[in-house]
Design a protein around this ligand. Sequence first.
Ligand code: GLN
Length: 186
Amino acid sequence: MKLGVLALQGAFIEHCNILKTVDVEPVEIRKRDHFSDNLDGLIIPGGESTTISKLLGDLELLSPITDAVLCGMPVFGTCAGLILLAKKVEGIGAGTIPVLDVLVRRNGYGRQLGSFSKSAHFEGIGEVPMVFIRAPYILEAHGSAEILAKVDGRIVAVKQNSVLATAFHPELTENTEIHKFFIQMI
Ligand code: GLN
């Protein structure tokens, strides 16, 4: 299996490293030519959603990726990736690849002091460690968006059809269960 990892900015190397440990070949997507429909899925990492959005447009990656995701390519967004995939983002309108029926609050835990780790229950897996870095959280999930995890009453993971998104960074822990969960969705 080959998974694209959007490698424009942010924590993409960590996703690639986890994929290798679970025998999946990561393909770093840095420019238009690197992205093709032959990939089995795509990971959009954490970072800065405004920067990633701008680079997606500038590098002409936005429309091919949006088309592929709308045609059912499985996609997993973490942190900034969740923001990009949200149909509604408080104060902004929508993410750049708006496919998830959720309303997201950016920097939901505050800009500076919003980084922490916590273990919490994830549907279908059990307890997993979660690292939050200036993280968003999900205020509302609608339609077929299924809530997979909550921390302190706030929604931090959802799945909708072939789209998985977490407000936290599973790639910054040793635990590979959430990546395996995504691979099983494919
Ligand atoms: N605060 C960032 C944003 O709004 C997300 C942070 C992250 O991905 N760790 O894009």
